[in-house]
Design a protein around this ligand. Structure first.
Ligand SMILES: Cc1ncc(COP(=O)(O)O)c(C=O)c1O
Length: 428
């Protein structure tokens, strides 16, 4: 492959000797640095990144605001175990000049922004999976006699603990797992599905107690819900007193054209889980949950904690990052650009039989379904081989995700579309 230069090949040789297997594919570039929507690999090749690194850099690579906030925080404290010792510093320069950086300040911001109009508090975590596991703990406390949890078919909520019990997108994820929670699998409320299909899979002898939901399924294949049906399910959960927990690890913070995809619901959720884009590239997760669902409105002291959640640099990065992502001007632009990208992809689809569908709920989380897994992988590789290249990543079996950073420009979208079209044509 054109872009796999000698440094990349040598790097992968060392990687195979030293790192246990993950999901890295060695046809992917080894990235040296990035700027906005662009990344450069260690052989000097340039790529437009339309993966946002699977959503972790909503505000792009190295935004000045996030970099300056991290730099300023590093002058105060880099390592505080915030579940044992809180920290608080007022920044003297950078994007957060004159503002307090602390776990409390970040929690206050999330409480202000989250569309959960009840008394609520925040648990910080280090990743999506650990945040989902923490949310599940809250559900266990809130519904101590709950015989089962429910989640959708093809759901992905993470690869650890309770989060893996709730996931079902790929068999391989469960290979080394022993189930803990009893999870009933319900059909995803896709277009064309019926409410009765959902109801008939619920066990008749127990009421539904907890439902974990991705508004748009990411890993499972960019599956878009029928909003009317999803809202009917939301209403049903409220009627039977079931907790409705929205995993916004991938959809959160502007990705779907709204700050929270939960804003597409007519009734707010009981909990929202965030990670990925929250930390501006640094590891951070958060659960924003109603307190009135819990006995005494809180967790028993010591029942949940950890060493790394809400570390100082991640909190500073998140506060600066939220300023970028919660800007209504940016969100309006994300909606517009999302529509523009979908239209551009449909234009390509009309003249290419390899594309079966282009779909999104809105914003910059778009799925392009291809005829087969093989073609999907070939297109992704062909996009990498163009000059400049285009980074794309798959979802589900044969879908390609288009998820550029939310600061992408129309010109960058045009360029990505032309690379994608060219790559598709090389297959023919
Ligand atoms: C919806 C959703 N939930 C949870 C996770 C798990 O997050 P992490 O990989 O940070 O554990 C992911 C990761 O892709 C996700 O998309």
């Amino acid at each position: 492959m054109r872009y796999l230069g000698p440094r990349t090949a040598a790097y992968y040789e060392r990687m195979h000797k030293t790192l246990f297997s993950t999901t890295v594919e060695d046809y992917r570039p080894v990235i040296k640095k990035g700027n906005g929507v662009w990344v450069e690999d260690i052989d000097g090749n340039q790529f437009l990144d339309f993966t946002s690194q699977v959503g972790i850099i909503g505000s792009g690579q190295c935004p000045e605001e996030v970099v300056s906030a991290i730099g300023e925080q590093a002058r105060f404290a880099t390592g505080i175990i915030s579940n044992d010792f809180q920290f608080s510093a007022v920044h003297g320069r950078g994007a957060l000049l004159g503002e307090e950086v602390s776990p409390v300040a970040l929690a206050e911001k999330l409480i202000e922004l989250a569309p959960v109009p009840y008394p609520k508090k925040v648990i910080f975590e280090v990743s999506g999976a650990t945040a989902v596991s923490a949310a599940a703990k809250l559900c266990v406390l809130a519904r101590p006699n709950a015989p089962f949890f429910a989640a959708f078919d093809k759901a992905f909520h993470g690869r650890h603990g309770y989060s893996l019990d709730l996931s079902s997108s790929k068999q391989v994820h469960k290979l080394l797992h022993q189930e803990g929670l009893r999870v009933v699998r319900l059909p995803f409320p896709k277009r064309g599905a019926a409410f009765r299909d959902f109801l008939k899979l619920l066990p008749q002898d127990y009421p539904l107690s907890v439902l974990f939901v991705e508004i748009v399924q990411g890993e499972g294949g960019i599956n878009i819900p029928d909003l009317k049906l999803l809202n009917a399910i939301r209403r049903y959960a409220a009627e039977v007193g079931a907790l409705f927990v929205v995993d916004e690890v991938q959809t959160g913070l502007g990705r779907t054209g709204k700050l929270f995809a939960s804003e597409y619901l007519n009734l707010p959720p009981d909990m929202i889980i965030l990670s990925k884009a929250l930390g501006g590239g640094l590891p951070l997760g958060a659960v924003i949950a109603r307190t009135d669902i819990l006995p005494a409105g809180d967790l028993p002291k010591g029942a949940h904690s950890g060493t790394m959640p809400a570390s100082p640099l991640a909190v500073a990065a998140a506060l600066a990052n939220l300023k970028i992502l919660s800007d209504p001007v940016l969100l309006k632009e994300v909606k517009k650009l999302g529509k523009y990208l979908v239209e551009g992809l449909w234009k390509i689809a009309h003249s290419n039989r390899n594309i079966l569908d282009v779909d999104s709920l809105g914003g910059l989380m778009i799925g392009v379904e291809l005829v087969s897994k093989k073609i999907c992988e070939e297109v992704i590789c062909a996009c990498l081989s163009e000059e400049p290249g285009l980074l794309l990543i798959g979802a589900g079996q044969k879908t390609i995700r288009f998820m550029p950073p939310l600061i992408v420009t129309k010109e960058e979208i045009d360029l990505a579309l032309s690379i994608f079209k060219k790559a598709l044509n090389t297959l023919v």
